[in-house]
Design a protein around this ligand. Structure first.
Ligand code: CAA
Length: 259
């Protein structure tokens, strides 16, 4: 495993790997190097059969306060054009196993876009979500204008992006931005527990379920249903399906091998 400075990557346990954003001096601001490390860690995790689910978190006070504004300030338009950020974001987006984000404190700008890029958000009661780019005279640049509207609808997406105001964890839950709200000290525990549950399922079925759900963003209903049907038929040929059905009949816990 390569060494990292802006993130920490734990050894997988029970199929779950913890990745922590680790720039406390900058509220975990997502400088280009951090995004590169995250994309690399996910590429490694994709190849590692010991990893079935990722839990991504920050600190107890901050998930991530957005792109690194100090780094951004140094870049001219050509630097931005040449910057590797879009490539790193593409690497993060392409990850095929589930990512659960455990969010405490600020989850802003690019930090919120990172959480939106992941699959499930578990938020601590102290979480604050926002797209404050408008305060800097810019707009979200890592998918916020497109993903947020699909997640919370037009009115709230417009409010967040046009005003820069934050919403708290309860408001985020009501808007379906997050799946659950916990006490801040339990956020990581709950995310890990959920990840462990998902890691015990068939990795083939989990991966195909994620792919099918994400396809709903891109496809009309009829095409999405067709894709689901083909995916369902494909899963009929797996050993994991046989094992799942057999274990049900024999009243035992299935042992999925990802075959
Ligand atoms: N980039 C770089 N440094 C940041 C940062 C960021 N996004 N957010 C915080 N920091 C740094 C601060 O400069 C400060 O460093 P110094 O001690 O060296 O001054 C340190 O982290 C602590 O921050 P604060 O003193 O500001 O902490 P606070 O608790 O008073 O406020 C905050 C917290 C409300 C999150 C505030 O830091 C803040 O507003 N940060 C910026 C949030 C923002 O605008 N994010 C959007 C960035 S643009 C973007 O993300 C574009 C994109 O999608 C591609």
């Amino acid at each position: 495993m390569r060494s990292y400075s802006d993130i920490s990557v734990d050894t997988p346990s029970q199929g779950v790997q913890l990745i922590r954003l680790n720039r406390p001096e900058a509220h975990n601001a997502l400088r280009t190097a951090l995004l590169g490390e995250l994309a690399d860690a996910l590429t490694e995790a994709e190849q590692d059969d010991q990893v079935r689910v990722i839990v991504l978190t920050g600190s107890e006070k901050v998930f991530a306060a957005g792109a690194d504004i100090k780094e951004m300030a140094e870049l001219n338009p050509v630097d931005i054009w040449k910057d590797k950020r879009p490539q790193h974001w593409n690497g993060i987006k392409a990850f095929q196993k589930p990512i659960i984000t455990a969010v405490n404190g600020y989850c802003l700008g690019g930090g919120m876009e990172l959480a939106l890029c992941a699959d499930i958000i578990i938020a601590g009661e102290n979480a604050q979500f926002g797209q404050p780019e408008i305060n800097l005279g810019i707009i979200p640049g890592a998918g916020g204008t497109q993903r947020l509207i699909r997640s919370v609808g037009k009115s709230l997406a417009m409010k967040l992006i046009l005003s820069g105001e934050f919403i708290n964890a309860r408001e985020a839950l009501a808007a379906c931005l997050v799946a659950e709200v916990t006490q801040p000290e339990l956020t990581l525990k709950r995310a890990t527990e959920l990840a462990t549950t998902i890691a015990s399922k068939s990795p083939v079925a989990v991966r195909i379920a994620k792919e099918a759900i994400l396809a709903a963003y891109e496809t009309p209903l009829s095409q999405g249903l067709e894709l689901e049907r083909k995916a369902f038929l494909f899963l009929a040929s797996t050993e994991d399906r046989q094992e799942g059905i057999q274990a049900f009949m024999e009243k035992r816990v299935p042992q999925f091998k990802g075959q």
